[in-house]
Design a protein around this ligand. Structure first.
Ligand code: SAH
Length: 545
């Protein structure tokens, strides 16, 4: 009301001004507002990160993370979601671990307000949904008080995620028509419970308790005392939707005792209701063939993702331990020279996705594109290399059948190539099988270094801990270098010691030979040297057990 009056007053003065001043005033005012918005006041996105599986974040949530200058994230928000952030974004851990709060809520509120007042776009990433036991309401109140604009991006809340991944429909026409989310941990200091136990216990509504593990026995006792049958089924779902999900089922009468015996801990949701019975029929997540298997992926970080996702698709818990880092060559001079004179080559040979990537990146740097390949014919080793070429509109002329360098030479030997010129953009440490073999066929081979592969300075601490604690079930090697580099990172004796009892999966015969040279027994090797085929043999290996 007050605002309307003020505006009317302003309009009245505006009418008194000479008409030629008005447009100028409007422009100045508009500009002032524009600069105020972009320079002085930031923006806050309160984003639900979902319950655990990083794939369960919303598209909008992901977009907001990518846009933010600052990401303030919680303990329950999956760390992988931070990979969507800009590389220059400020990442702040605002963690809370089951009551042992790293920061008080008011400090988090202050941090949000301060960052936004500096004109920054802040993504506040919270586990599950921000408005379900997430104190998102309080954070919003602080923003409103400070006059900071914000948006809420809802997330999949833990009860929904955990129930879905445990195979428990929260509602079902045959069992219940309602579901209730309840805190199992009322804020300390409350003398009288705010929970109406009587109402909760009556009827057959599904109940999902958050933060309730410490009070599990009181919760079950309260429900029984207030009228729920002691035989009502209960499921505890720990780390729901994550590969380490653990589910314990029982009844109101015995679940607390069972949980105590098994040392079942938070974070878990407690699902109470007849719908829990459906889990026997509907469970799907923890019945997948690699569920519970912990697999070490030793590929370079930028290549590990595809393989890790494949394994995770079968339920595996993957730990990435990069043994290779891919970097540009010391000098691009040799590659540049070849790229500028592509016309003189009869063949260009690609043996890896990295080779394709560096080749085309450099071509683009030189102001050229795929057309520079003109009449060159293309050979590609491996289906992934072909796919990488397809992204540049190129279909290879020659696809050697094997997945290694020997296959290339054998394929060329079938052709009449004496006197022809081949360009082979290679990794610095590539074996010389191709240049030597093709030279023996009378070809002239130019092999500039397109990228380097090196050993990281140290092994990832997480991976080392996992090996030392005998956490790993299976280690995967996707090239000889992954084997030799891991050996170098750990030392030969330590490698053998740490891999005792760990199944070894190797991508193909060359890699397997390197394993054996180092004293490792190879348990799995696919016929086709692709990560898809490697995944299949790992699945077959564990399914047959
Ligand atoms: N805002 C969050 C809840 C935060 S309260 C949401 O909407 O999900 C923290 C509680 O959520 C934990 O104590 C636990 O009860 C539950 N929780 C969060 N993530 C979980 C998960 N992956 N599996 C099981 N319970 C989870």
């Amino acid at each position: 009301m007050l605002d309307v009056r003020r505006r009317n007053k302003r309009l009245f003065y505006v009418f008194l001004l000479p008409s030629n001043v008005l447009p100028i005033l409007w422009i100045v005012n508009g500009f002032r507002r524009m600069t105020m918005k972009s320079e002085n006041i930031g923006y806050v996105y309160l984003i639900g990160a979902g319950p655990g599986d990083p794939g369960l974040i919303t598209l909008k949530g992901r977009e907001c993370i990518a846009r933010a200058d600052v990401i303030l994230y919680d303990y329950l928000a999956h760390k992988e979601l931070l990979s969507f952030a800009r590389s220059d974004a400020e990442l702040i851990y605002a963690g809370k671990v089951g009551g042992a709060h790293n920061r008080e809520q008011w400090q988090i509120n202050d941090m949000l307000v301060e960052r936004a007042q500096l004109g920054r776009v802040v993504a506040r990433l919270k586990g599950g949904d921000p408005f379900i036991f997430g104190r998102g309401g309080e954070e919003c109140e602080a923003l409103v008080a400070a006059g900071i604009p914000f948006e809420i991006v809802p997330g999949v809340t833990a009860a929904m995620g955990a129930a879905a991944y445990a195979g428990i429909p929260l509602t079902h026409r045959d069992f219940t028509t309602s579901v209730c989310f309840v805190t199992g941990h009322e804020s300390s200091g409350k003398e009288v419970s705010g929970i109406n136990w009587e109402q909760l216990s009556l009827g057959n509504g599904t109940l999902a308790f958050y933060m309730g593990m410490k009070n599990l026995s009181q919760i079950t006792a309260n429900l029984i005392v207030h009228g729920r049958s002691s035989q009502t089924p209960v499921a505890l779902v720990r780390w729901g939707t994550r590969p380490e999900q653990d589910v314990l089922t029982g009844t109101l009468a015995d679940i607390a005792e069972k949980a105590h015996k098994e040392g079942f801990k938070a974070p878990a949701v407690i699902i109470v209701g007849e719908v829990v019975r459906l889990r026997d029929k509907l469970r799907w997540f923890d019945t997948r063939p690699l569920f519970g298997k912990r697999i070490l992926v030793t590929r370079a970080t930028d290549q590990a993702g595809v393989f890790s996702r494949l394994l995770e698709g079968y339920g595996a818990q993957v730990l990435e331990c990069p043994t290779i880092v891919v970097t540009p060559p010391v000098s691009f001079a040799d590659l540049d020279q070849a790229l500028r004179s592509l016309k003189i080559y009869d063949w260009v040979i690609f043996t890896s996705v990295n080779g394709v990537q560096y080749f085309f990146e450099r071509l683009s740097e030189l102001g050229l594109d795929s057309r520079a390949l003109g009449s060159c014919r293309i050979a590609a080793v491996g289906s992934k290399t072909s796919e990488a070429l397809a992204r540049h509109g190129i279909r290879p002329d020659l696809l050697p059948s094997g997945f290694h360098a020997e296959g290339v030479v054998a394929k060329f030997a079938e052709l009449d190539v004496a006197g022809q010129k081949a360009l082979y953009p290679k990794a610095d440490r590539a074996r010389d099988v191709i240049p030597r073999g093709l030279a023996e066929l009378g070809m002239q081979v130019v092999a500039p270094v397109a990228y380097r592969t090196a050993i990281p300075d140290t092994i990832s601490a997480e991976a080392l801990d996992a090996l030392e604690e005998r956490w790993v079930d299976c280690v995967t090697f996707t090239s000889s270098s992954t084997v030799t580099n891991l050996t170098e990172l750990l030392g030969e004796n330590r490698l053998i010691h740490l891999l005792q009892g760990v199944a070894v999966a190797s991508i193909g015969p060359v890699t397997s030979a390197t394993c054996r040279e180092l004293g490792l027994q190879v348990d799995m090797e696919p016929e086709k040297s692709t990560v898809e085929a490697l995944t299949e043999v790992i699945v077959a290996h564990y399914s047959s057990r």
